[in-house]
Design a protein around this ligand. Structure first.
Ligand SMILES: Nc1ncnc2c1ncn2[C@@H]1O[C@H](COP(=O)(O)OP(=O)(O)OP(=O)(O)O)[C@@H](O)[C@H]1O
Ligand SMILES: [Mg+2]
Length: 513
């Protein structure tokens, strides 16, 4: 019914009136382009409106270093509202400082109203896209990812998403589906590393009744379940060779056979794939078919590690603090500048996932209404390796008496929650088994592979025995990791959470070659 249609609200832009000769023509241009605008002369007015209306953009036309402009920019930033600062040419030498003031974008006066309009439109669209996709970041890399998502969503081509663990690959896949004409249709994710070869095939393509022992019923595979929608093949680099051939056929003809079936099945499925290992390298190593690689590599999105886009960290931190404070029902003011600075400079081997988990633990545990530098656990600043091995807290006796029991209990519970998440993630990644080794007062959890994944209960290597030195434990861990990944040093370094170079050094030092 025509009466049911409500046109989208026009975007709302606030303009400060510090410089009328800039503000007035810009206001006119924005209004003519269909924006809803308001001009303000006092900070109080603007601040009240920012709080009340949550506009889409604030344009600062005056000296951006004035305290009132700074306050307004900070207010907008905290509310995730973009700011465009129009600078005097004399501000140019301070441009670098302007960046640090936290405005989203700057332009140098004199500014043609049409140019400012184009920039305003871009900033508003970007904000809208971040909110629709849940992918936040100020870096050029994230802006490029968002633009690519928008361009790639409408078509049906295969997209290969590459990036380290925790960089947001699944978020990107979901965003492509949600912005595509297939939204509302199935989005089916398969973790290709989580299943042994035989199970993976029947999981992907389904099987007929009696196809193998235990196949009591016909079962539809993920490709059939994803018909008319999207299939997300996560960890595609781990697909065994025989499945690679079958996948290649699906990508070429969109047809396949159920395991044990003779009828070809045709589906209309968009394929998105993700990997945290370099597929090009896997091709060189002979682990991955080159024809399949070229089929997958039609459109690509690369998510750089968080340490290479540190300018995203403040925005992500503020977002996670707000979101998690709400989730845990804690009223929170935010984070001190010093604490923020530390988070910006931390190494983040676990990328955005690690950052989010850390914020969650701090939101729950921080004693005050804001996160302070002293609330950040020391190991966060230490770099790769601090994620592993997964530890169970065993220092309860240190907390006998005093007022720390509650904090200790909360911290322990949260540690456990994060460890369970980490373990679940690792178990999702491969046919692995968890073994808890009792160590008296100190307990340790190690993730050990059962090797060939044939279900045989092979004796897992023991990584710690009473009396072992740290060096012996390290040597044993490295040798177990190498064995588990059949000598693949890159994978071994990855699971150990250390750099490949470090691994090489240690292999030499421990004579493991
Ligand atoms: N740009 C971002 N903005 C907001 N949240 C993000 C962003 N990137 C990642 N996240 C969050 O970080 C966590 C990890 O993201 P995701 O699961 O998509 O990573 P991944 O690359 O698939 O990791 P893995 O390789 O380990 O599967 C999720 O909670 C996700 O919501
Ligand atoms: Mg993932």
């Amino acid at each position: 019914m025509p009466g049911d249609y409500f046109p989208p609200m026009p975007a709302r832009v606030l303009i400060t009136m510090d410089d009328l000769s800039t503000a007035v023509p810009l206001n006119a241009a924005l209004e003519a382009a269909g924006f809803s605008t308001a001009m303000f002369s006092s900070l109080d007015d603007a601040a009240r409106t920012v709080r009340r209306e949550s506009p889409d953009l604030v344009v600062l036309t005056g000296a951006v270093h004035e305290p009132h402009a700074l306050q307004l920019a900070a207010l907008a930033r905290d509310a995730e509202i973009s700011t465009l600062a129009l600078l005097e040419p004399t501000d140019s030498e301070r441009a670098e400082r302007v960046g640090r003031l936290g405005v989203t974008e700057t332009m140098m006066k004199p500014v043609a109203p049409d140019d400012a309009l184009a920039t305003a439109r871009r900033l508003i669209e970007r904000r809208g896209l971040q909110q629709r996709t849940g992918i936040f970041g100020e870096s050029a890399a994230i802006q490029e990812v968002l633009v690519k998502i928008e361009q790639m969503a409408p078509v049906s081509s295969t997209v290969l998403i590459q990036g380290d663990s925790g960089t947001g690959k699944e978020l990107v896949a979901k965003a492509i589906h949600d912005l595509s004409p297939r939204r509302g249709k199935p989005f089916i994710a398969v973790n290709c590393a989580a299943l042994p070869e035989t199970l993976l095939e029947s999981e992907l393509f389904g099987h007929e009744k009696g196809a193998f022992t235990g196949a009591a019923e016909r079962r539809l595979g993920r490709f059939e379940l994803a018909d008319t929608g999207t299939i997300f093949l996560d960890e595609i680099g781990e697909i065994p060779p025989s499945t690679q051939v079958k996948l290649l056929r699906v990508l070429e003809s969109r047809t396949f056979f159920r395991v044990g079936g003779t009828q070809p099945i045709k589906v209309d499925v968009r394929v998105l794939a993700a990997t945290n290992r370099s597929l090009r390298e896997a091709v060189t190593l002979g682990d991955f078919r080159d024809d399949l690689y070229y089929r997958l590599n039609v459109l690509t999105i690369y998510l750089p590690p968080l340490r290479e886009r540190r300018e995203d960290i403040p925005l992500l931190v503020r977002r996670f603090v707000r979101e998690l404070a709400r989730e845990h029902d804690r009223s929170f003011r935010g984070i001190t500048p010093e604490a923020m600075q530390r988070l910006v400079s931390a190494p983040w081997p676990g990328n955005v996932r690690q950052l989010r988990n850390l914020i969650e633990s701090m939101v729950v545990l921080a004693p005050g209404a804001e996160i302070r530098a002293s609330d950040i656990p020391a190991d966060v600043m230490e770099g790769p390796g601090s994620l592993l091995p997964v530890r169970l807290p065993a220092q309860a006796r240190d907390f006998a008496g005093g007022g720390h029991e509650l904090e200790f209990i909360l911290r322990s519970l949260l540690d456990l929650k994060l460890q369970v998440e980490e373990l679940r993630r690792r178990l999702d990644q491969g046919p692995q088994r968890v073994q808890v080794i009792e160590l008296g007062d100190h307990a340790s959890v190690d993730v050990l592979s059962d090797g060939d994944g044939d279900g045989q209960e092979a004796e897992p290597p023991v990584l710690y025995r009473s009396g072992m030195t740290m060096a012996e434990v390290e040597k044993a861990a490295i040798s177990a990791a190498l064995q588990e990944h059949r000598g693949n040093r890159r994978r071994a370094a990855e699971v150990l959470g250390i750099g490949e170079r470090t691994l090489y050094r240690k292999i030499k030092a421990y004579h493991l070659e």
